[in-house]
Design a protein. Structure first.
Lengths: 294, 422, 350
C-alpha cells in the first residue's frame, strides 16, 4: 500500500532525529552513569545561540556553526566544572537532581537573554521535498538523518579506538579503578559533557531548522528516553537502531491503529513500547545486561 | 565554625522568605492616600506558554501605563497593576488568584485558559470577578463569575464553518471537513464545538487527528486525512506545530488545493515567520482582533507605546490583545465607578467585587475597544463572552489580509449536552 | 541516635520513643500550637500556600517510602496523584459517594496502579526502573486525556469540597485543618513504618538487595509493597488536591511536577523522617519568594531588558537547587542533624 511506504519513510527519518538526541544522553550515561535530565534544555539553549549567531549577528552559516560548536564546548565544560565535579562520589540521585537544577537554570537564562519565545532559523538545507517512490519527504529530514549517522560513526570510532574513549568506557565501569590507574577522572567527565553538549547542539540545529525554535524542544528530549531505553542506556548502536524503530512504530502503528483506537494514539506508542521492553528485555536491545546471581 | 553558620543563615533566609511572601500586597505601591484601584493580572510570562504570555502581559502593562499617564487613570483614580507570573503552572495559578484576592484587587484578568481553569473554582467560590483573554467553553459554561474577553476556539470553528459555507463552498450537499487538533484545551475546544454543532451547521467531519505541541512531523496524520478526501481542513494549534503541519501538507501537495483554516491560537505573525510565504499562501485564519497596522482609532497610541517600550513585540497581535484587555478593564471600572463611586470599588474586598460585577461588567454594552477588536458586551447573564465576533483573514504574500467585517460566532449551549463536563 | 548528653534509656519504651525528652515535648507542643493557630493570623493566600505544602508533604512522604527507604527510583509520582485525584472526582461527582469513602478508595486505586507499574522492578533496577515510571506517568496522563467520557479529558472535572457528614470544608481555614491533620498522620505513619519490620526490610532491599534475598527477605514482595504504599499516599494526596482546588485537569499532573517532587525529596533528604517536610517547606517557600520577586524587580528596575524579570524566576530556582546540592548533597535533613549536634555540643562544636 502506498501509505505504508510513506509511513515508513517518515518514521525512519523522524526516528533518526530522536536517535541523535538519544546519543547525547547515552554519552553521558556511558562515561559517568549520570542521567542527564537537562538534555532538552541543552538542545534549547544551543538552538537559541545559533539563532543569535545567524540572525542577530548575521554571521555566514559556516561561521555561525563554528561559534555554536565552541559555545557548546564551553557550556559542557562549565557544567561539568562547576556543578558535577563537586559531586563526584555522591549518591547518584544527587547527580540526577543537579541536572534537574541545571535544566531549570538554563530555561531561565534562555528567557532572560532571548525574551521572544519563538524564532525561526534561516533555512539551512534546500527546502524542496524529495520523492521516494510514492512517498514524499522533505529534504531537511534526510539531511538530519545523514548527519546523525555520521555523528554516530564518529562517536563509535572514538569510543572504540581513541585512548580517551577507552578511558571513558572504563570510568563508566569502575570509577575508582580508573582513578587508581592515574587517569584523571575530571578530564574524562569534562570530555564526555563537552561531547554531549556538542551533540545536543547539532541535534538542536537540525530540529529547529525543521520546526522552529520553541520551548517544545525540551519535550522532544523526553521522547528520546524511549529510544534510549529500547536501545540500551549505554549503547550507541542501540540508539541508532532503536531510533528508527521507535520512529517506525510511531508512524506505522499510528497509521493503522488510529482508525481503530482514535486519534492521539501516536503519542502513546513510545511509552507503551517502554513498558513492553521492560517486561521482556529490560536492558534494551544492545544494552549491557547485568546478570546477578546469588 | 564555617559549617555551622550555614544552617543558621538558612533558617534566617527561610524566615525572611516566609515573612515576605506572606505579606499581602507588598509591592512598592503608591504612598497611602493616593487614589488607586488595583487590577490583578495573572500572566504566563515564562514556561511553555511564554510565546503568547509575554507579549500579552507586556501589552497589558503598557496599556495601563498609557491609561494612567495620558488619560489620568479611571475617573481620576490610577490603576495599579498587581501581576504575578504563573509560569503556565496550574498550582501557581491557584495560589496567584488567592494572592490577588488578598492583595485587595478589585477584579482580575488571566491570560491563558489553562491558568484560568486552575483559578476559576477559587474565584467562583469567593465571587471574585475575573476576565480571561483566551477562553474555553468550560470556563464560561455554566456562567458564574468568569468572563471571556475573546471568543474561544470552539467559536473560531463555528464562525469559520459558517463563513466557509456561505462564501467558499460551491459544491452540493455537505462539505467534508478534517480537523487537526492540538492535544490540549486549544484543540479540544474545537473538537467539542464540532461535536456539538457540525450537524446543525451542515458540515460533515470526516477525520479528526491530534498532535502534540512538540511534534516534528505530521506527515502520517496528513496522509490519513488525505485518504478521506476532505474539502476543508481546520487546524487548532499553536504557531510552531501549525507550521510543521502546513509544511508537511505542502510537501504532500495537499496545499495549495484544499481550503485550510486556522484558529486564532496559531494565526499570528509567528506562523508566517516559521512556515514561510510559499507554504502559507492562501491560508485562511480566524482572529478576534484587527490586524496590526489597520486603520482604527486605538492603533496609533498602541503602536507608539510598543515602539517606545517593547519594540520586539511590534507587529505581534498578541500584544494587541493584551493592550485591548486593559482598555476593557478600564471601561469596566469606569462603569462601576459611575454607579457606585470610586471609594467602594477601590476597597478591593468582597463587597467591592460584587459591585464591580453588577455595575461594572454588567453595564459594559457594546464597548468598541477603540476599534481594536469586536465590540464587547458583558451584559448577557447567560453568555459570559465579551466579544463574540471574529474576523476572517487570508494570508496573501506573507501578510494577513482581512476578508470580512466582524462575524458573529453563535453561542453554543454546551451545558445542555449531557456529554459536557460540569 | 542523636540525643542530648546525659539521657540514658533504661526501657524499650523510652528507647523507641520519637519524642524523648521534656524539652522535645515542649517544643513539639509549641509547634503544634503555632501550626493550628495559623488560620488566625495568616491571610488567605498564606493559608493557601500552607495547604499546598500539606498536600505536597503527604505526596512526598509516599515518595520517600518508595525512593528513600526502598530505593526504587520513581519519577512518575504526579501520574499516581492524578489517579487518586480523578478517582475522587469521579466517585464523589458521578457516583455520589461520601468523601471519606472516595478518599480511601483513591488511595487504593493509586496503590493498585502503582503496583502494576512497579512490576518491572522484578527485573530491573535503578534508572531503568525510573524510565518505566516515566512511561507510567505519560500513559496515565494519556488515558486521562482520551477516556473523555469518564474523565472529561482536558476540560477537567469539578470537585466539591470535602465533607464529613453534614460539615463541608468550604473555607480555606477548614481545609487547612483537614489537610494538616492528614499530613500529620501520614508523617507519623511513615516514621513508624520506617522503624518497623517492614521498614527495615525496605532499607535492606535498598542497600543491597542480593544480600537481603539471601537473608530470606522476599525482595519482590517488599518492592511491590513499597510501590503500593508510596502510591497509596500519592493517591490520597491527589484526592485532597482535587477537593481543595475544586477543579482538576490532566494538565495539573505533568511530568515536570514528577521531576519537581524528586527534587524536593532529594533536597529534603532521602530516607529520613523529617526530610520530606523540610524539602517541601523549602521548595514551596522558594517558589513563593521567586513568584514575589519578579514583579518587584520589574517595578524597581524598569530599565532592564524585558525578559529579565520573568526569566529570573526559573533561573533563581534552578540556581538554588544546584547550589544546594553542591553544598549539601545529602539534603536538608543532614544539615538539620549537624545543626542539632553542633547546638548540643556548643561551645565545643566544630
Amino acid at each position: 500500500m502506498t501509505n505504508l511506504l510513506q509511513y515508513t519513510v517518515t518514521g525512519l527519518a523522524v526516528g533518526m532525529i530522536y536517535a541523535l538526541i538519544a546519543l547525547g544522553f547515552a554519552l553521558i550515561w556511558k562515561s559517568s552513569r549520570v542521567a542527564n535530565l537537562a538534555l532538552g534544555q541543552l538542545v534549547l539553549i544551543s538552538s537559541w545561540f545559533t539563532y543569535s549567531m545567524l540572525v542577530q549577528a548575521r554571521l555566514p552559516i559556516w561561521a555561525g556553526m563554528i561559534m555554536t560548536i565552541l559555545f557548546a564546548i564551553f557550556l559542557g565544560w562549565m557544567i561539568e566544572r562547576f556543578t558535577l565535579r563537586p559531586l563526584i562520589g555522591q549518591p547518584i540521585l544527587s547527580l540526577i537532581a543537579v541536572t534537574l537544577g541545571i535544566g531549570y537554570f538554563l530555561e531561565g537564562v534562555v528567557t532572560v537573554v532571548w525574551p521572544v519565545s519563538v524564532a525561526k532559523l534561516p533555512p539551512l538545507f534546500p527546502q524542496e521535498a524529495v520523492t521516494i517512490g510514492t512517498a514524499v519527504i522533505s529534504q531537511e529530514y534526510l539531511w538530519a538523518a545523514g548527519i546523525s549517522l555520521v555523528l554516530f560513526g564518529l562517536l563509535s570510532l572514538f569510543f572504540k579506538f581513541h585512548k580517551m574513549g577507552i578511558a571513558m568506557r572504563a570510568s563508566a565501569d569502575d570509577q575508582l579503578a580508573v582513578q587508581a590507574c592515574a587517569v584523571p577522572i575530571t578530564s574524562i567527565f569534562s570530555m564526555s559533557w563537552i561531547f554531549a553538549c556538542v551533540v545536543a547542539a547539532i541535534g538542536g540545529i537540525l530540529i529547529s531548522s525543521i520546526g522552529g525554535i520553541t520551548n517544545g524542544l525540551v519535550e522532544t528530549g523526553f521522547k528520546s528516553f524511549s529510544v534510549v531505553i529500547l536501545g540500551g542506556l549505554d549503547s550507541f548502536i542501540g540508539c541508532m537502531v532503536a531510533g528508527p524503530i521507535i520512529g517506525l512504530c510511531e508512524n506505522v502503528g499510528a497509521g493503522y491503529l488510529t482508525p481503530i483506537l482514535g486519534p492521539g494514539i501516536k503519542d502513546l506508542i513510545p511509552f507503551v513500547i517502554i513498558i513492553i521492553v521492560m517486561m521482556i528485555k529490560p536492558y534494551g536491545l544492545f544494552g549491557e545486561e547485568r546478570i546477578e546471581r546469588i | 565554625m564555617r559549617k555551622s553558620k550555614l544552617p543558621v543563615s538558612l533558617a534566617v533566609l527561610l524566615l525572611v522568605a516566609l515573612a515576605v511572601s506572606m505579606m499581602p500586597g507588598c509591592t512598592p505601591a503608591a504612598p497611602a492616600g493616593q487614589k488607586v484601584i488595583k487590577l490583578g493580572l495573572s500572566i504566563p510570562f515564562t514556561g511553555a506558554a511564554a510565546e503568547k504570555g509575554a507579549p500579552i502581559g507586556q501589552g497589558q502593562l503598557d496599556a495601563i501605563k498609557y491609561i494612567n499617564d495620558e488619560k489620568g487613570g479611571v475617573e481620576g483614580y490610577k490603576i495599579e497593576p498587581v501581576w504575578y507570573d504563573t509560569a503556565y503552572d496550574s498550582a501557581k495559578a491557584t495560589t496567584i488568584v488567592k494572592k490577588l484576592m488578598d492583595d485587595g484587587c478589585s477584579l482580575f484578568t488571566v491570560v491563558a485558559s489553562k491558568d484560568m481553569t486552575a483559578s476559576k473554582e477559587a474565584a467562583n467560590r469567593a465571587a471574585f470577578p475575573g476576565m480571561v483573554c483566551f477562553s474555553s467553553p468550560s470556563l464560561t459554561h455554566p456562567p458564574q463569575h468568569i468572563y471571556a474577553q475573546l471568543p474561544d476556539y470552539g467559536d473560531d470553528w463555528a464562525a469559520f464553518a459558517r463563513y466557509y459555507l456561505q462564501n467558499i463552498w460551491k459544491g452540493e450537499g455537505k462539505p467534508r471537513m478534517a480537523l487537526m487538533l492540538l492535544s490540549n484545551s486549544t484543540g479540544y475546544g474545537v473538537r467539542d464545538a464540532a461535536r456539538a454543532a457540525a450537524a446543525d451547521l451542515g458540515i460533515e467531519i470526516v477525520a479528526t487527528e491530534e498532535h502534540t505541541a512538540t511534534t516534528i512531523s505530521e506527515t502520517d496524520a496528513l496522509t490519513r486525512i488525505k485518504d478521506k478526501n476532505p474539502d476543508v481542513l481546520f487546524i487548532s494549534s499553536t504557531p510552531a506545530p501549525t507550521a510543521v503541519i502546513l509544511k508537511n501538507a505542502y510537501d504532500l501537495k495537499m496545499i495549495p488545493g484544499i481550503t485550510v483554516g486556522c484558529a486564532h491560537a496559531s494565526f499570528t505573525k509567528a506562523l508566517t515567520d516559521l512556515a514561510g510565504k510559499d507554504v502559507t499562501e492562501g491560508i485562511y485564519g480566524v482572529y478576534p482582533t484587527v490586524n496590526w497596522g489597520d486603520d482604527v482609532p486605538g492603533m496609533a497610541k498602541m503602536m507608539e507605546y510598543s515602539k517606545k517600550y517593547h519594540p520586539e513585540y511590534a507587529g505581534n497581535n498578541d500584544y494587541l490583545i493584551g493592550w485591548a484587555s486593559s482598555l476593557i478593564n478600564a471601561e469596566i471600572l469606569r462603569q462601576a465607578i459611575k454607579v457606585s463611586g470610586a471609594e467602594a470599588i477601590a476597597k478591593g474586598d468582597a463587597a467591592s467585587w460584587a459591585l464591580v460585577e453588577k455595575n461594572g461588567f454588567m453595564n459594559v454594552k457594546n464597548y468598541d475597544v477603540e476599534g481594536l477588536h469586536g465590540p464587547v458586551d458583558f451584559s448577557n447573564p447567560v453568555d459570559k463572552r465579551g466579544s463574540k465576533s471574529v474576523k476572517i483573514f487570508k494570508v496573501q504574500d506573507g501578510k494577513m489580509v482581512s476578508q470580512t467585517g466582524w462575524v458573529d460566532a453563535p453561542n453554543i449551549l454546551y451545558e445542555n449536552l449531557d456529554w459536557f463536563g460540569k | 541516635m542523636s540525643l542530648p548528653c546525659g539521657i540514658r534509656n533504661y526501657s524499650y519504651n523510652t528507647d523507641t520513643a520519637i519524642i524523648r525528652t521534656k524539652t522535645q515535648w515542649v517544643l513539639f507542643g509549641l509547634f503544634l500550637v503555632l501550626l493550628f493557630t495559623m488560620p488566625l493570623y495568616l491571610p488567605r493566600s498564606g493559608l493557601d500556600v500552607m495547604n499546598l505544602m500539606g498536600i505536597t508533604i503527604v505526596s512526598i512522604v509516599g515518595l520517600n517510602i518508595l525512593v528513600g527507604y526502598c530505593g526504587q527510583l520513581s519519577i512518575g509520582h504526579a501520574g499516581f496523584m492524578a489517579v487518586g485525584a480523578y478517582t475522587t472526582a469521579i466517585l464523589t461527582g458521578n457516583l455520589g459517594l461520601p468523601f471519606w469513602a472516595s478518599f480511601i478508595l483513591s488511595g487504593f486505586s493509586a496503590g493498585l496502579v502503582g503496583l502494576f507499574f512497579g512490576m518491572p522492578s522484578l527485573r530491573v533496577k535503578g534508572f531503568y526502573l525510573a524510565i518505566t515510571t516515566i512511561a507510567a506517568q505519560f500513559i496515565i496522563i494519556w488515558i486521562i486525556n482520551h477516556w473523555s467520557d469518564v474523565t472529561h479529558g482536558s476540560m477537567g472535572i469539578s470537585v466539591a469540597p470535602a465533607n464529613i457528614g453534614p460539615f463541608q470544608f468550604e473555607s480555606e481555614a477548614s481545609q487547612f485543618y483537614l489537610i494538616m491533620s492528614v499530613a500529620g498522620l501520614s508523617v507519623l505513619f511513615a516514621t513508624n513504618l520506617a522503624r518497623s519490620r517492614i521498614g527495615r526490610a525496605f532499607v535492606a532491599v535498598r542497600d543491597n538487595d542480593l544480600a537481603a534475598e539471601v537473608m530470606g527477605i522476599n525482595v519482590f514482595t517488599y518492592k511491590l509493597l513499597a510501590f503500593f504504599l508510596g502510591c497509596f499516599f500519592a493517591g490520597i494526596a491527589g484526592s485532597l488536591f482535587a477537593q481543595w482546588r475544586g477543579n482538576i485537569t490532566s494538565e495539573d499532573f505533568t511530568f515536570g511536577q514528577s521531576i519537581l517532587y524528586i527534587g524536593i525529596l532529594i533536597i529534603g533528604g532521602l530516607g529520613t523522617a523529617i526530610g520530606p517536610i523540610l524539602g517541601v517547606v523549602f521548595i514551596r517557600l522558594l517558589e513563593q519568594f521567586v513568584l514575589f520577586l519578579s514583579p518587584l524587580i520589574e517595578q524597581t528596575f524598569s530599565g532592564l531588558p524585558s525578559g529579565f524579570a520573568t526569566g529570573l524566576g526559573p533561573l533563581v530556582f534552578g540556581l538554588a537547587m544546584i547550589v544546594f546540592l553542591v553544598i549539601e548533597p545529602r539534603g536538608l535533613a543532614h544539615r538539620w542533624q549537624l545543626f542539632k549536634a553542633s547546638y548540643r555540643m556548643w561551645p565545643f562544636s566544630y
